[in-house]
Design a protein around this ligand. Sequence first.
Ligand code: SF4
Length: 498
Amino acid sequence: MKNRRYILRGAGQGEELAVTQVTALFAMSAVAVWSDEISQLPNDTFLIYHHFVPQETGTASICEVFYRTEQGLRYAARRDYADDCTDLRQKRWLVRLNLYHLLIDITGQASNPWGILSGVRPAKLVHRMLDHGSTPATILKSLTQEFALQPEKAQLVTGVALRQRPFLMRPEELTKKVSIYIGIPFCPTRCLYCSFPAYVLPGEEATQAFLTALFADMAAAREALTRYGLSVQTVYIGGGTPTSLTLTDLEALLAQTVTLFAGEATEFTVEAGRPDTLDDAKIRLLVDYGVTRVSVNPQTMQQKTLKLIGRMHSVQDIICVFGKIRMCNIPVINMDIIAGLPGESVEDMADTLRQIAALKPDSLTVHTLALKRGSRLSESVEAYETPDALVTAEMLSLADQTAKNLGMLPYYLYRQKRMAGNLENIGYSLPGKECIYNIQVIEERQTILGIGPAATTKVVQPCGLTNYYQPKDISTYINTLPNRLQKRNALLAAALAK
Ligand code: SF4
């Protein structure tokens, strides 16, 4: 059944998208046809026919599947959902739910861990339900029955949302408190799976041109904060690997950040993903400028995999840098790992987790490998042997157990397209060591000013969210900055000017 082309008929405006989202879960594609084309369908093509029938109690959603054989069109299956569906949003949901169950029945495929939820931020749905007064028990029931989540995923996302609640902005805080993201697009090498804008550090002249533009971007953000009376809750310097900068440039960046934003922030994160970008002097700078959270991201503790994914450092380098940062008493050290890396087995993951547990980080972020467009991996995926969905799920389960043994709880999660097994990325932390920025950026309940190439500004208002993107390419970022700052200011003025 896999990869067979499906043909959709009967769904109205917007519902085709719902059908496409569900068929994608079954590795199928769908396309709309008109009734006079049915006779021309090739054999073994399925027809998904979705229609709504008005009834006394409301509207029944009926989803039928036919398939074409040499003998003609044959009936395959039908599922009804006899409930009221009045608005378009609800109709789309009904299409997704009906079709999902129907395709599970007729394909025999195992259920999807996240049911019909296809979005990046599943906890948002739980927050909406909590906002409307639902209890955790009602939410769990709704997630498993109306969104077809597996019970353990429903428990996971509900627990995450409940843990996030104290950190979310109250409506009256929306125009008062923001976070700042600063993107530094440099890394020593490009990882196999990377789709971020991450460039090898250029020569002195190009680096200075970049920093000049970045500092102008930062100054403009500071002006906006002052103009609208905003305070800064968190600052996050990410990338890329910001610690790829030279000692002098890193100091200039940290000094500027503290002067403009971080002096007042309660949380100040610097990503130091690659241990080969840190030395004693740079670690000292992080301490001296008041960084409260550092992320050292091994992704794996298997030497063979580090080499395969294009990293130039050793497992020992990770252990050594971690120990040095720990000695400096920076309050939080996070480590990122990835489940499903090419060539890795469950035993490799277990060994990675044993080594991480011995280091005792304060938080652990567990990603599932995603075949991101633009990465070297997605362009030559056949050349690598990646663990299948079941193995990846077992790796995630081991990571979950390790995090819990370390006293950590999951506090944010998100999903991406093309993830192994349709799984998720989870951030765990010791209680009180959560990264507030990560919660704000994923749940989109706080305005975030994005500075630097590829940074996104998210302006949150009670009526909704507006995103504004900076270009990924460094030259375009530098050359178009004045114009883009004007646009960002206009966006902020529309949302915040009294
Ligand atoms: S460290 Fe991160 S940003 Fe840099 S190349 Fe690797 S995945 Fe990309």
